[in-house]
Write a protein of this length. Structure first.
Lengths: 406, 613, 250
């Protein structure tokens, strides 16, 4: 039954809850810094988000040391999104409603990115999705307020398909985690490779559950298909297990593997000396990129953090720079002005000049494709080349069709 | 043919660490009735400990063996700490509260592992002696697979000897079969509970260690294995070691061949098989009915009496207070409070079946999620208006509960809980993989409130109104003959049956009502968040609901509200303030559980009732 | 037509014949005791009569209709009510609410979602409570009742559907010797005034011979003797297999 005391305790709890969020506190005006909201899966995926955080923090300090933007300093309010889309929406809401963020950036998981993108459209706040790979964030489900920096699934698959088309291999098998990213990657790769090489035969598919690969069984199932080559989309612990069992069972002997993201230090470095040699991968050979802009970035990063940069670091750094440049270009913190500024904005990144295409608000940041090898016990990409995103993204007309729903 | 043999051998090898984890879970459950969510954390710590010990010794085969030994010993020690420091203080509390405590341990261990071992996956360097290839029918298999294949039966045999040939083991078996008897024999149960918990933790640690050559130690191992371990325990039969082995092999083989035969539905397959087994053999393959586990006991002497005049006044005053909140609170506060209301309804619906119905659900998120998806799909596919979508939500969730409930209410205790979990996981898998209809992992976007409800204060009033009415209806039903008959079935099922009450049907209808109520909250949740993703159906959501109910007090009318306000409020506040929110939240939950073993309201009240069961 | 006719009732558990072809009758207004040592088949027999166990074979005719194999709640609706060996009451409710629930069930109103129980057949419930002498305790939680009173409460609950036949499983078990007589007298009175048939098991021979108008003796699953108390007391077979070891103590 309900007692007076229960009611009292409840009232207390709700009051504490209400007081916990002094949402009515007015935020100051002119002298205050410009607030930008940032959210990412810091507790759920620390291995990928911590280097990313280092990246944007370094950029932030550079910006503020140079006097900020519009004569004001930038303050980033950074929060953990808990790795869940629903929680991320709460966090985004807090950043916008309570902390007065004029722009949001961040997110790693595709679904978290999509949820925040949708929130951004609803609340009319500019949002730069830093790391999500899903292309629907800029295409099918794209919206006017959402921009994305990192090259998505399609571009990565397209670069691998281009390399794969040069190989003699005809019988291809695929292995990908069973969710949207895996499905999209396989679909894009198959379409593009079949287009380039109509003689290619698809002999089978494996769809291990994300983070739950039964590596031995999967490897044997793949071997039983007797493919000439394998397209791999697994990553993280799934990749480590797949590689180890594949080596144990000789799956990779006399077979080529084309693999998404496996050249990114974020994913491949845990494998150390056991990184699979000879795989064709997309990735980030931070140790070998010697353009002036990248060398400067790498030196600054290593000096500051006593650690080498991951791809996440580049993404974090560039996203922060993009946000600042957009506000500067907009000349105000007005959301519509920032969005206008970002559309078609071109800027310098550690990986060279990039542009946020106005047709889909996707940046033209590219990525690297090369062959994996092991040098001094460490995974390294060799024979790599840089592919500019602009060259691989669908052209404006095709993109407009993809974005038809907008 | 040779492929089938090799695939079967691989499945057998996969079963080893699953068995080690599950058998420990099963033993602990059998003796102390603790549903230990932290068992997966022990497994993860075992892998990390083995990694560090192996590295310290210099790797190689010696390093691996030393690592495994260290992990086993270290986890036995940790088990001791957790049992003596935490769980022992909770045996007298209502069953299931221990579950909340172990959930807090999960949170603590996650931060601990991150702090000690860092964020990156730690791959044990290849141990050449273990990778030695063995040729079987022309296929190459690593030697280590054969080590694992042998290990399962060896551990099973060792445990069997331990339990049948030692006095301690005989006591453990006796306690599994009849706790009262052992208590009556004057045996110190505390020591028995502690030792079996240590054994379970040590087995989990060993399970993590032996998995290390195949998977890097990583921060997702804990939650990765716990659901599967539960499946194994339940399919095998609670408290049955041979059953655990059988089930581990069954499930590992199912996956080994499932990926060949049905590569795209491996997620559903596991839980579908568990559901079928539970429907056909309600107590698992080798289980026995008498080990069905905790029945939530609730001693509310007169819960259904209408609130007295003064209290009604207090409630009305409270509501008026809540109505006034938008006058001074900002948008974010209002949306957080809307979320709290929604979770309060979710928790209240769970409390309805748990407290009054005596049914445990580990899968209540299914109905909350079905409501959320029902509303979102109505908007997305049918262009439904917001009110229509909000009406669709309880219909979809209620229908789901009607279907699932029909099977679930045939079981009781933990078996019922696991069947609800299985159905929730099946629903989750469908939402996760049916890309064309549900959007898969990318969810359904653009489920925003209609313009009239779009402002934070309008949505606040909407959720306050819907939730108040729904909770009031639930209370009303509890106080009506339906609720009494339901409680009668919980208090004394045979007695109720012998008074003409069709207990099973009563429970079934109650389950459906609760499902519809949870789904109502789910519908609101979809509009609050503007989108729906499969994680509204996932295990953590169900656990959150349980934590809220138990935190607030399982038998207090306002318990769900207090639990939801405390848990959601804390989580949002803390996670916004610090990256260490998991340990902070875990620590607070442990403190609350230790200080308020009957829930916050249950204890503050001090209405002491007859001794613990 | 007899109120209860049991014919050739059988039940085996894994080869053990717990009840092995029992036949007997109970007339309306008659009080029949079943006795037998532990394992004689009394409980199994009882559980089949109330539907908790399905018979392997045999008929159970209640007022001319076969109830064998029906579920307990269906059998109750046919007019067979029972009490349990260990008094089973709803411990989370008040005394009156226990009886109210039984009355509501009788009227098929346990699916009512709206009107609170508080006001529903309260007067009738109080009347039943008065008949078992618990009127003063109506407001108390059941958990606060002494055990003997819980037995009384169970009787009140069992009477709520105006049963034709009442099954009492050791009605005085656990009740202090001094209170047994009062309890049994109460039951006898109620039965007489309502013309109910009663079938009860009991260990206390004073109760058996004092209140049973007829006694049925089971042994190893079979009915070995049947008759008025005096005859049973004198029956040599019964004396040998059951009373031979001296008067059964409780």
């Amino acid at each position: 039954m309900i007692t007076r005391r229960d009611a009292l305790v409840l009232a207390l709890a709700l009051n504490v809850a209400a007081l916990g969020w002094p949402g009515f506190a007015a935020r100051g005006e002119a002298a205050e810094p410009i607030r930008i909201g940032e959210l990412n899966s810091y507790t759920t995926f620390p291995a990928f988000t911590v280097p990313y955080r280092n990246g944007w923090q370094m950029a932030l300090d550079e910006i503020n040391a140079a006097g900020g933007v519009l004569g004001r300093q930038i303050e980033v309010v950074s929060k953990d999104d808990g790795g869940k889309p629903a929680d991320a929406v709460t966090v985004a809401n807090e950043l916008v409603s309570r902390d007065g963020a004029v722009l949001l950036f961040g997110t790693l998981l595709s679904n978290v990115g999509l949820a925040v993108a949708d929130f951004a459209a609803q609340r009319k706040v500019p949002f730069i999705a830093a790391e999500p790979l899903t292309d629907s964030i800029v295409w099918e489900k794209g919206n006017a307020y959402t921009f994305r920096l990192r090259p998505g699934t399609y571009v990565q698959a397209a670069m691998l398909a281009e390399e794969a088309a040069r190989l003699p291999a005809k019988r291809w098998a695929t292995v990908a985690p069973n969710y949207e990213y895996g499905k999209s990657a396989v679909e894009a790769f198959k379409t593009l490779l079949s287009r380039a090489r109509p003689d290619v035969e698809w002999v089978g598919e494996q769809w291990p559950a994300l983070n739950k690969i039964d590596a031995g069984a999967t490897v044997q199932a793949l071997a039983a298909l007797q493919p000439d080559a394998i397209f791999n989309v697994t990553f993280g612990t799934d990749l480590a297990k797949f590689v180890r069992e594949g080596e144990n069972r000789g799956l990779f002997e006399n077979r080529v593997v084309a693999s998404m993201l496996s050249g990114e230090p974020d994913w491949i470095d845990p494998l150390g000396a056991e990184a699979p040699e000879g795989w064709i991968v997309t990735g980030y050979p931070w140790y070998a990129i010697e353009t002036p802009e990248h060398t400067a970035f790498r030196q600054a990063y290593m000096q500051r953090f006593q650690d080498y940069p991951r791809l996440g670091s580049v993404v974090g750094y560039t996203t922060m720079k993009a946000a600042a440049q957009a506000i500067e270009k907009a000349g105000s913190t007005d959301a519509e002005a920032i969005v206008q500024a970002l559309r078609g904005m071109s800027m310098m990144s550690p990986l060279g000049q990039i542009e946020f295409r106005s047709v889909d608000q996707q940046s033209t940041m590219g990525t690297f494709v090369g062959t994996l090898t092991v040098q001094e016990e460490k995974p390294r990409m060799v024979d790599w080349r840089f592919g500019d995103g602009a060259a691989y993204l669908p052209d404006a007309a095709e993109t407009a069709k993809l974005r038809a729903s907008e | 043919m040779s492929f089938v043999v090799v695939q079967a051998l691989t499945g057998l090898a996969d079963a080893a660490s699953l068995f080690l984890v599950a058998v420990g879970l099963s033993l602990v459950f059998g003796v102390s009735r603790i549903v230990n969510f932290a068992h997966g954390s022990f497994y993860m710590l075992g892998a990390y400990a083995a990694y560090s010990a192996s590295a310290a010794v210099g790797g190689g085969l010696l390093g691996f063996v030393a690592g495994a030994a260290t992990a086993t010993a270290a986890l036995a020690g940790l088990g001791l700490v957790v049992e003596v420091g935490l769980l022992r203080r909770l045996y007298a509390a209502p069953e299931l509260l221990q579950l909340v405590a172990t959930f807090a341990v999960v949170l603590l261990v996650q931060d601990l592992a991150l702090a000690v071992w860092g964020p990156e996956d730690l791959l044990l360097p290849r141990v050449p002696a273990l990778s030695e290839p063995i040729i079987v029918l022309g296929h190459r298999l690593p030697l280590y697979d054969f080590v694992l294949i042998a290990l399962g039966p060896l551990v099973l045999a060792g445990l069997w000897l331990l339990l049948s040939r030692t006095r301690w083991g005989i006591l453990i078996r006796a306690a599994t079969e009849d706790r009262e008897m052992v208590a009556a024999l004057g045996i110190d149960q505390r020591w028995l509970f502690t030792s079996v918990f240590c054994l379970g933790a040590a087995l989990a640690g060993l399970g993590g260690a032996i998995h290390l050559p195949r998977e890097p130690a990583n921060l997702m191992m804990d939650l990765g294995i716990i659901a599967e371990a539960f499946v194994v325990v339940v399919v095998g039969g609670m408290g049955s070691m041979a059953g655990a082995y059988l089930a581990a092999v069954l499930i590992a083989e199912l996956r080994a061949f499932g990926i060949v035969l049905f590569p795209e539905i491996t997620l559903v397959l596991l839980f579908a098989v568990m559901a079928v087994i539970l429907v056909v053999r309600p107590y698992g393959l080798l289980g026995r009915p008498d080990v069905a586990g905790p029945q939530p006991s609730s001693f509310d002497p007169h819960p259904a009496s209408a609130a007295r005049q003064g209290l009604r006044l207090a409630i009305v005053a409270g509501l008026v207070g809540l109505v006034a909140v938008p006058l001074f609170a900002g948008g974010f506060t209002l949306q957080v409070m809307s979320e709290i209301f929604i979770f309060a309804l979710f928790a209240a619906s769970l409390q309805f079946i748990l407290g009054i119905g005596g049914m445990i659900s580990f899968g209540h998120a299914a109905y909350f999620g079905l409501g959320a998806y029902g509303a979102a799909l109505a908007v997305h596919h049918l262009n439904a208006s917001m009110p229509l979508a909000l009406i669709a939500a309880p219909l979809v969730g209620g229908l789901g509960a009607l279907v699932y409930g029909w099977f679930c209410v045939r079981l009781s205790g933990v078996y019922m809980a696991m069947l609800t979990l299985a159905f929730a996981q099946i629903t989750w898998s469908v939402a996760f993989q049916w890309y064309d209809f549900t959007g898969g992992d990318n969810g359904i976007l653009g489920v925003w409130p209609a313009p009239w409800a779009a402002s934070p204060s309008a949505f606040y009033y909407l959720s306050l109104a819907v939730v108040t009415i729904a909770i009031w209806l639930l209370r009303r039903i509890s106080a009506a003959p339906f609720g009494f008959a339901l409680r009668a079935g919980r208090d004394a099922g045979d007695r109720a049956e012998a008074l003409g009450v069709d207990v099973r049907r009563q429970r079934w209808l109650a389950f459906s009502v609760a499902g519809a109520a949870a789904a109502t909250g789910g519908g609101l949740y979809a509009f609050l968040k503007g989108s729906v993703f499969p994680d509204v159906l996932a295990i953590p959501m169900s656990v959150d609901g349980l934590v809220m109910v138990l935190l607030g007090g399982i038998d207090r009318a306002l318990g769900p509200l207090v639990g939801a306000a405390t848990f959601t409020g804390l989580k949002i506040t803390i996670s916004s303030a610090t990256d260490l929110w998991r340990s902070l939240l875990g620590g607070i939950i442990i403190a609350v559980v230790l200080i308020f073993p009957r829930g916050i309201l249950g204890t503050v009240g001090g209405q002491r009732r007859g001794g613990a069961k | 037509m007899s109120l209860l006719v049991v014919e050739g009732l059988r039940k085996a558990f894994g080869g053990v014949r717990a009840v092995d072809g029992i036949s007997f009758r109970v007339e309306a207004g008659e009080s029949v005791a079943i006795i037998g040592s532990n394992g004689a088949g009394k409980t199994t027999c009882f559980n089949m009569l109330c539907g908790q166990l399905k018979p392997d074979a045999g008929r159970i005719m209640l007022a001319g209709r076969d109830i064998a194999g029906l579920s307990p709640h269906r059998i109750w609706r046919r007019g067979l009510s029972r009490t349990f060996q260990v008094a089973a009451t709803f411990r989370s409710m008040r005394v009156r609410e226990n009886v109210q629930l039984a009355l509501l069930s009788h009227r098929r109103r346990t699916h009512g979602l709206w009107r609170p129980v508080v006001g529903l057949p309260a007067a009738e419930a109080d009347a039943l409570l008065a008949q078992v002498g618990l009127a003063a305790r109506a407001e108390q939680p059941v958990a606060a009742l002494p055990y003997a009173d819980r037995k009384r409460l169970e009787v009140a609950m069992a009477l709520a559907n105006a049963p034709r036949l009442l099954l009492l499983d050791e009605p005085t078990a656990g009740v202090a010797a001094g209170e047994r007589r009062a309890l049994m007298d109460l039951i006898s009175d109620l039965v007489r005034t309502r013309n109910i048939g009663v079938l009860f098991t009991e260990h206390d021979m004073d109760v058996v011979f004092g209140h049973g108008e007829r006694v049925i003796v089971l042994h190893e699953g079979r009915l070995v003797a049947e008759g008025p108390p005096e005859a049973i007391r004198a029956d040599p077979i019964v004396r040998e297999i059951y009373l031979g070891t001296g008067e059964q103590t409780c």
